[in-house]
Design a binder for this molecule. Sequence first.
Ligand SMILES: [Zn+2]
Ligand SMILES: [Zn+2]
Length: 278
Amino acid sequence: MKTNYHTHTNYSDGVTAVEEMVNCAIGNDYDIIGISDHSPVFFPSAWNMKYEKLQNYLSDLEQAKASTQGKITVLKGMEVDFFPNLNNIEYFKSFGLDYTIGSVHYLTQFPNGKAFNVDKSKDEFVQGLEQIFNGDIKKLATTYYNFVIEMVKNDPPDIIAHLTLIEKFNKSLKVIDTEAQWYRQLVFDTLEVISQSDCILEINARSWYKGLLDEFVPPLWAVKYAHDLNIPITINGDIHQPQEYGMFWEDAINFVKAANYSQLTIILDRQNRQTVKI
Ligand SMILES: [Zn+2]
Ligand SMILES: [Zn+2]
């Protein structure tokens, strides 16, 4: 059983149309493909979907679902940005999505009012660290994981995206000591909150196959802890280009096995989940 619930198309920052992405998933022997473009946001953003495209997005996904029946299961998803006190994920669920992926990309604002995106670039990460958090990485990390905790408690998605996203540029920046006890405790505390929810933890392959990190996200020590807490996981490619379908599946399976997992949790439709042995 091969599944991928994290796929971007040209409705947000992916490169190809829905139809092509679905066809490529069929060509790569996927059984279930969830399309999950970035939700619209209330400020200018090049990578988020435009509000005026939302209805087209939903009807394109319906069409892809219908036209590929018997070949692959297409699910209507969205990667929704978490914002404190906004219930943004719940809001987008009301558009009849099969599932949501919840992400903390935006972490407060720069002094000039611009949203700080921790995922965008090394330069923006450093600027945010300096200008918003006065260079205090502990403060940045604590704010980030508190946002994730708040999301899980108050606006829970079906799937939690790239849990350790703030480590994305750390291989070159080295601003986070990921072995430090204070840092690991933040991640462990967040995983404990996740274990009390119905959320599925994503094993995100993107930074690994892009060569940004040497491991999947979250890293092995965190996934082992997730296993000890019985947190359900799913493997996602966070695919933006067709060729990425073929770049991670077997390695990701070996990675989660190394963290002692013997099963993945998959979403069949809005109401039904299932575990599959690996
Ligand atoms: Zn994301
Ligand atoms: Zn994504």
